[in-house]
Ligand binder design. Structure first.
Ligand SMILES: Cc1cc2nc3c(=O)[nH]c(=O)nc-3n(C[C@H](O)[C@H](O)[C@H](O)COP(=O)(O)OP(=O)(O)OC[C@H]3O[C@@H](n4cnc5c(N)ncnc54)[C@H](O)[C@@H]3O)c2cc1C
Length: 265
């Protein structure tokens, strides 16, 4: 029994190089090294493992982003995905999570038949972990986030969900949305034959027109959340190391310093 699986994957700046546009308060993406969002690699890997078990399954990777996000799709195809779709349009620029989930839901509906949607738990740039659950909401689907284990029996899925202080086991029926975290699996690498096929594959680009989406539902202007200011926090001042002959001496000096700084009375 093959499944139609959709994976939502985001191209993110390689975190060591984040810069923000001081006027628009959005991230500067042009020319910044980008990577496949780590949790999305786990999402794709889990889909590929289902396909290993059920070879007649089909995996489509959907990404919303600027034209250069096409590279992410080539990477996913070279890992083993069957199809990539780039959702890209200037009108989508600056979309917050609400607007992003509207655009992704429109792309999923345009793809038609699906049994399972995987997203990552969180993108390492926006860091909101909101898009997966919002997408499920838009599509009226059950969802489980923070998935660390996945089992499929017929159309029933059993997942292990990570909590802060433990796990919960959840059973649900397909179709559903699951958000992946790194504990779920170790993503495979691209293969040479995979790269060979990927660069020859046709990747459709869908904008607002192709998605037939109301422009009031996407983009910076339509986004209820506006990033007022984004900035790199000032680097913390270097700490001081108290080195004294005895612990008592060090403790006495520490108390003095904390006192001087009114940390303790
Ligand atoms: C520094 C910063 C702070 C931000 N703060 C907010 C905020 O507080 N509220 C807000 O609404 N927006 C915020 N945004 C905008 C937000 O990043 C975008 O809306 C983004 O498209 C989705 O949110 P996210 O990055 O938090 O993704 P998350 O919700 O963390 O992503 C979860 C998963 O959804 C999928 N996904 C997310 N984006 C895409 C995409 N473009 N294409 C395909 N799949 C995708 C991926 O599988 C991803 O792992 C912020 C952006 C930045 C750069």
């Amino acid at each position: 029994m093959g499944l139609n699986i959709i994976v939502c994957a985001k191209q993110v700046p390689d975190t060591t190089e984040v810069k923000t546009d001081p006027v628009k308060n959005t991230l500067i993406r042009d020319g910044v090294p980008s990577i496949l969002n780590p949790d999305d690699a786990n999402a794709l890997e889990e889909a590929l493992r289902i396909k290993d078990e059920h070879p007649d399954s089909h995996i489509t990777v959907v990404t919303m982003g600027p034209p250069q996000a096409r590279h992410l799709l080539l990477e996913c195809l070279a890992m083993g995905a069957d199809q990539g779709v780039l959702v890209s349009d200037r009108a989508l620029g600056g979309s917050d999570t609400w607007a992003t989930s509207n655009a992704l839901a429109a792309a999923v509906n345009k793809l038609g038949e699906y049994d399972l949607i995987f997203t990552g738990r969180q993108a390492i740039d926006g860091d909101t972990a909101q898009v997966g659950p919002q997408l499920a909401e838009r599509l009226g689907l059950p969802q489980v986030t923070y998935v660390t284990e996945f089992k499929l029996e017929g159309r029933e899925v059993t997942v292990k969900r990570a909590l802060e202080d433990g796990y919960e086991l959840i059973k649900l029926q397909l179709p559903c949305v699951l958000t992946a975290i790194k504990e779920l699996n170790n993503p495979r690498h691209m293969t040479i034959p995979g790269i060979y096929d990927a660069v020859r594959s046709d990747i459709p680009v869908w904008g607002v027109e192709e998605l037939k989406i109301d422009p009031d539902k996407v983009g910076l202007e339509a986004s209820p959340t506006n990033i007022f200011r984004s900035f790199m926090p000032a680097p913390k001042s270097k700490g001081i190391i108290l080195e004294y002959d005895t612990a008592e001496e060090a403790a006495r000096i520490l108390v003095e310093k904390l006192n001087d700084r009114n940390v303790i009375a």
